[in-house]
Design a binder for this molecule. Structure first.
Ligand SMILES: Cc1cc2nc3c(=O)[nH]c(=O)nc-3n(C[C@H](O)[C@H](O)[C@H](O)COP(=O)(O)OP(=O)(O)OC[C@H]3O[C@@H](n4cnc5c(N)ncnc54)[C@H](O)[C@@H]3O)c2cc1C
Length: 378
């Protein structure tokens, strides 16, 4: 049996026990927020940060990621993105670590006339929703980012779509959670009945399915990391997302000289990097920003996003399992959704009252057992 809380932290935190399963960004942020509220938190993970969180690009992109038919998810993304400036400042202070948080915004571009036509449908929809997005002519695009290829035919600017370095984020959350009194146990939880005391938050990424029976599946994403030849800051500042001859690609420049190039979206559960994916991503990247051909290719990686049938996260009580909460299924959005997820789950545990924002994302939308309105979650 796993113990509910370590005696070494009892002098620090005398509140109720809480077990978190999974130390990706979601589990660590929940642990941090709950430890700050005085709970005695234990986080179980045999390999913290080794899931999707250790691969992700780190775009905080509620506008560029606003797709047709996902209005409730878009509202959640917008709400969480709005918390990012305060969250980043507080986490930097609490951990003493730099998150690589950048706020220059995102340029969405199309290389050919067909690429621009394809992208314009989505930009029009994003404008219709009232999101902050400004169409730009090719000359205006190159005024903002002179390194864009002369062939780029059109684009749009999303000033509120920012970025963070997810590996730095994992490291900072871990330090902040531990400083607040949480304890990391480098062991898996094989089944929920192994957890002895207190409520449990399952934040095990795509593996949440094994523990809860919820339909969370792995969705493979391959991406690349490049580095400037001289180790200096990349010559472009915005996140660039685009279509190049029908191939979608994004480029995320970091001040430490890294540029992330991503990503595939594949219904697969392996983590192999394929020649085809590397070729397609690099070709599209260099077509949009030719200078990248001179950069060093330092890493190829594949991660497994926790996908759900409606692409939205599962947040809240697990039906039929009193005391068990789920915070998983964040699919393409786990980094941007980290602050809001952690606040909503920590508030639910400490007050017992679900925030109305949780209703659309409740686990019981995927189960035959429902949680009745007003029913306490534990
Ligand atoms: C290529 C790629 C690019 C992405 N880009 C972005 C982006 O730009 N912006 C964005 O917002 N999101 C992005 N994402 C999505 C984002 O990475 C995920 O949504 C997010 O990391 C999910 O975090 P998590 O903590 O839920 O899961 P994970 O990071 O997968 O962590 C789950 C953890 O649970 C642990 N675990 C599993 N089973 C058990 C068990 N039984 N017991 C204990 N521990 C267990 C694992 O070891 C792991 O550490 C991207 C993902 C990929 C793959």
């Amino acid at each position: 049996m796993l113990s509910g809380g370590p005696s070494s932290t009892e002098s620090v935190n005398r509140g109720p026990f809480l077990t978190v399963v999974g130390a990706g960004v979601v589990g660590l942020a929940v642990a941090w927020r709950c430890a700050q509220r005085g709970m005695r938190v234990t986080v179980h993970d045999p390999a913290p940060g080794s899931g999707a969180s250790g691969v992700a690009a780190g775009m905080l992109a509620p506008v560029a990621e606003a797709y047709f038919g996902e209005r409730e998810l878009t509202a959640l993304l917008v709400g969480s993105a709005a918390r990012w400036p305060g969250f980043a400042a507080e986490l930097t202070e609490a951990s003493g670590l730099d998150l690589g948080y950048r706020t220059e915004g995102t340029l969405m571009v199309g290389l050919t006339g067909d690429d621009v036509a394809e992208a314009r449908r989505l930009w029009a929809y994003q404008q219709e929703l009232g999101l902050a997005i400004t169409p730009l002519r090719p000359t205006e695009l190159r005024e903002r980012e002179p390194l864009l290829a002369p062939r780029v035919r059109g684009g749009a600017w999303a000033p509120g779509d920012h970025q963070v370095d997810p590996r730095r984020l994992v490291a900072a959350l871990r330090v902040a959670a531990e400083r607040a009194g949480a304890v990391l146990v480098p062991e898996p939880v094989e089944q929920l009945s192994d957890v002895a005391e207190g409520p449990v938050v399952v934040a095990a990424g795509w593996a949440t399915a094994d523990l809860t029976g919820l339909p969370v599946r792995p969705v493979k994403g391959q991406l690349l990391r490049l580095r400037t030849p001289d180790g200096g800051v990349p010559g472009f500042r915005h996140v660039v997302r685009g279509y190049a001859d029908g191939q979608q690609v994004y480029l995320v420049p970091r001040v430490d000289g890294e540029v992330v190039v991503g990503a595939t979206v594949e219904e697969r559960s392996d983590r192999q990097v394929t020649v085809d994916a590397v070729l397609r991503l690099l070709r599209a990247a260099v077509e949009l920003v030719p200078e990248l051909a001179e950069y060093e290719l330092v890493e190829t990686a594949a991660g497994l996003r926790p996908g759900t049938p409606d692409n939205a996260p599962v947040l809240g009580p697990l039906p039929g399992r009193p005391g068990v909460l789920v915070a998983a299924g964040h699919h393409r959005h786990g980094i941007v959704l980290t602050p809001l997820t952690a606040d909503l789950i920590a508030d639910l545990i400490s007050t017992g009252v679900p925030d109305p924002q949780l209703a659309a994302f409740a686990p019981d939308r995927f189960t035959t057992t429902r949680i009745a309105e007003g029913q306490p979650w534990s």
